[in-house]
Design a protein around this ligand. Structure first.
Ligand SMILES: Cc1ncc(COP(=O)(O)O)c(C=O)c1O
Length: 400
């Protein structure tokens, strides 16, 4: 009853709140406005006018910046346009249209990608849009369950890859251990098919508390002679500007040679002016210090979420040390109801099921919370709504 009256009281407030997307808030974007003031007087670079077409792999110094962010050697990195998701979509499209020496994926009856769950909704939508089959595999706090991967690979030879968000994973917050990374390489190197590990390192430098480091998958793979297995991605979307940053793709020498002709049919050259502005910005601003400023802005938001959830008996939740999400695990069967009740109170939450391929969360229990984009005041109100709806949904459930 207590929740019902709180629900009615909150409804009367006619709130308009949003915990859906993991975006930087404006105060975070303000940390990088000096980029806009950077004057570029000399456009010539290696006998090339930076304003012109060309330099497909990106500006050398910007590739260096990418290597610093992604934690692998510069030789692997290409610097592209503003979005790593676009680079992922282009690379997967290339696999579907051309393949990697064993014909286009699209000519096969079924090609499957392993999807660690709970995972990133846009990976799933992209994979589905390309007509690829998705197979969920569980995450265990240190990355995907290697036994589940092994047994899937043994029983299904349509599997050609796996999505991984190895640091502060979206949305579980976990970081893959070195053992998991080694295991992944070992398992995939034994597959008969030419498989790929899609290593989306979107939160590589996004710690807001002391965090476990992530081992460099490229050097591990190289030591095992398997660096062609890995395709890395990352961007400055949550470092500088989410809509006007730099995306990176990381590939072995062989993969670069295979992919370059296709990639060069897509673009004649990236925005090197923006790349140079980013290079100059990070010559003046140390990357680690810059990320500490982000951390100082977002840490209080994550603390506020924990404060509201503390003591709740209606589920469990993650306590991440970096990244952009808190994952709430409700009692089975309640996620949709909680999200629908929240929506009645004016709080938008990412739809239930979006953490799983095809939108199918089998137990209807996961809710992804993205606390960074709103203000502290809005977040406070949003959490009050959420906690009330959790309680109400639980109470309703007990009555059935
Ligand atoms: C795991 C992951 N990959 C990629 C992206 C998007 O990256 P970009 O802005 O570089 O396209 C996001 C954004 O939330 C993300 O969480």
């Amino acid at each position: 009853m207590e929740y019902l009256s709180q629900f009615e009281e909150l409804k009367a407030r006619k709130l308009n709140l949003d915990l859906t997307r993991g975006k930087p808030a404006s105060d975070q974007l303000n940390l990088s406005t000096a980029i806009d003031a950077i004057e570029i007087n000399d456009y010539s670079f290696d006998q090339l006018d930076l304003r012109n077409y060309g330099l497909l792999k990106g500006l050398s110094e910007c590739r260096e910046l990418g290597s610093k962010i992604l934690g692998c050697e510069k030789e692997y990195i290409w610097a592209g346009g503003n979005s790593s998701l676009t680079l992922m979509s282009q690379y997967l499209s290339y696999l579907c249209i051309q393949g990697i020496g064993d014909g286009p994926w699209s000519s096969e009856e079924r090609v499957s990608i392993l999807c660690p769950v709970p995972g990133y909704d846009r990976h799933f939508v992209l994979t589905e849009n390309l007509g690829l089959n998705m197979i969920p595999v569980p995450l265990n706090g240190k990355g995907p369950d290697l036994e589940a991967i092994r047994s899937n690979l043994e029983s299904d030879d349509s599997i050609r890859g796996i999505w991984c968000v190895p640091k502060h994973s979206n949305p579980t917050g976990e970081t893959y251990s070195k053992d998991t990374i080694e295991g992944l390489i070992d398992i995939f190197s034994k597959t008969r098919n030419k498989s790929r590990i899609f290593w989306d390192n979107a939160y590589a430098v996004h710690d807001f508390e002391e965090s476990e480091p992530l081992a460099d998958i490229f050097s591990i793979a190289k030591d095992k002679g398997e660096e062609d297995l890995v395709i890395g991605f990352g961007s400055t979307s949550k470092i500088t500007y989410a809509g006007a940053g730099i995306g990176f793709i990381a590939l072995s020498e062989l993969n670069q040679a295979l992919y370059l002709p296709y990639y060069s049919s897509l673009i004649i050259g990236p925005d090197k002016m923006n790349q140079l502005r980013h290079v100059k910005f990070f010559q003046k601003n140390d990357l680690e210090q810059h990320m500490r400023k982000h951390a100082d802005l977002i840490r209080p938001k994550f603390e506020l979420v924990q404060k509201w959830l503390k003591g709740q008996s209606y589920g469990s939740w993650t306590k991440p040390t970096g990244g952009y999400f808190v994952l709430l695990k409700t009692n089975p069967g309640l996620a949709k109801r909680i999200i629908s009740l929240s929506s009645e109170l004016g709080l938008k939450i990412t739809p239930a099921g979006s953490t799983h391929p095809y939108g199918l969360d089998p137990q209807d229990e996961y809710i992804r919370l993205a606390p960074t984009a709103c203000s502290i005041e809005e977040l406070d109100a949003a959490m009050e709504v959420l906690v009330c709806c959790m309680g109400l949904a639980h109470q309703e459930n007990l009555k059935v």
